[in-house]
Design a protein around this ligand. Structure first.
Ligand code: APR
Length: 316
């Protein structure tokens, strides 16, 4: 099947082919990564100047491997390391790049089936893209590791900015109540009155003290070792039946399951890869290598499309 596909699509190779595909496609999936935000001032991960190289060089976070910064097991052990660093990647006043605005342009033209982004900077939404799936989550919400209580991201923003660990407000409330009951129990034991629980059993101290600390709040970004939200599979299952062009922009395609989108859509769907550096473990039909902003701007001008200017982007 792959061989047949390769023969059928082997004629595709150049900019001209990319232009023809963009002219004729109606249901485009854009799969994007950190490379579409580097021009906004947000480093990517694996380039020589990327976040992982910076973490390695800085060496101040005692990480065996820079990816540990985003590993759920390491986070559970040493949350203070992530919270000493998180303010560096917290979305603040970044402006969407021409790539983000190009994705919005596809949507405005009714050509975008969905943007599967690996980025957590929410710049797609800031550019006004509605059909965006944040495969690796974002800082928009945060959840308690212990009781799963979910809060708006703003709740933990002060902790991120001040580099402190945010604890779960609901767990803290519960711990305070249990402490209060424990103190009352102690006092009542002192006066010979045992406390009785609902079925008349004398309530032992440990019954009250559910024990444990309040849970730690973690931004709802997908760490290594965590499953993606089920929405990813649901969307892909639906979209694979409709997609007629896959455009991959600014990603090394090193992280599954997002990198496996290429193999989960029908082999007959052409794939255009726009990236600074080539990719070797997969074979997109058309590779346009260079700066992504410049490439999408050039493609648009050749198609007579106009990428909306930053000013035209609706502000939140
Ligand atoms: N134009 C085009 N490509 C660019 C540009 C640019 N201006 N800047 C960087 N790139 C390319 C790099 O050459 C690289 O191949 O973007 C790619 C970014 O790759 P990564 O740094 O691996 O980032 P990404 O693919 O998004 O990582 C996926 O890995 O660590 C996890 O959760 C994290 O979502 C992230 C996932």
């Amino acid at each position: 099947r792959v061989l047949r596909r390769r023969q059928r699509l082997s004629h595709l190779s150049s900019l001209e082919d990319a232009l023809n595909l963009l002219k004729t496609s109606k249901n485009i999936i854009v799969l994007s990564g950190a490379g579409i935000s580097t021009s906004c001032g947000i480093p990517d991960f694996r380039s020589s100047t990327g976040l992982y190289a910076q973490l390695q060089d800085e060496g101040k976070y005692e990480l065996d491997d820079p990816q540990q910064m985003f590993d759920i097991h390491y986070f559970r052990e040493r949350p203070e390391v992530f919270y000493s660093f998180a303010k560096q990647i917290y979305p603040s006043n970044f402006v969407p790049s021409p790539c983000h605005r190009w994705i919005k342009l596809l949507e405005d033209k009714g050509l975008l089936l969905r943007n599967y982004t690996q980025n957590i900077d929410t710049l797609e939404s800031l550019a006004g893209v509605e059909k965006v799936l944040q495969c690796h989550g974002s800082f928009k919400t945060a959840s308690c590791l212990r009781c799963k209580n979910r809060v708006p991201g703003q709740t933990i923003e002060p902790f991120i900015m001040s580099q402190h660990i945010p604890y779960c407000p609901r767990c803290q409330e519960e711990v305070a109540q249990k402490q209060q009951k424990k103190d009352q129990l102690k006092r009542s034991k002192g006066k010979g009155k045992a406390r009785w629980d609902e079925d008349g059993e004398e309530e032992e101290e440990e019954d009250i003290w559910g024990g444990g600390e309040p849970g730690i709040m973690k931004p709802d970004i997908t760490f290594f070792g965590q499953a993606l939200d089920s929405e990813f599979d649901e969307c892909l299952f639906k979209d694979r039946e409709e997609v007629d062009l896959l455009v991959i922009i600014g990603t090394s395609l090193k992280v599954a399951p997002v990198s496996e989108v290429l193999t989960h859509i029908p082999h007959s769907v052409p794939q255009i890869y726009i990236n600074l550096t080539p990719v070797h473990h997969v074979k997109p039909d058309i590779c346009l290598l260079g700066d992504a902003d410049s490439i999408v701007t050039d493609l648009s001008s050749r198609l007579g499309w106009t990428i909306p200017s930053p000013a035209a982007v609706p502000q939140p």
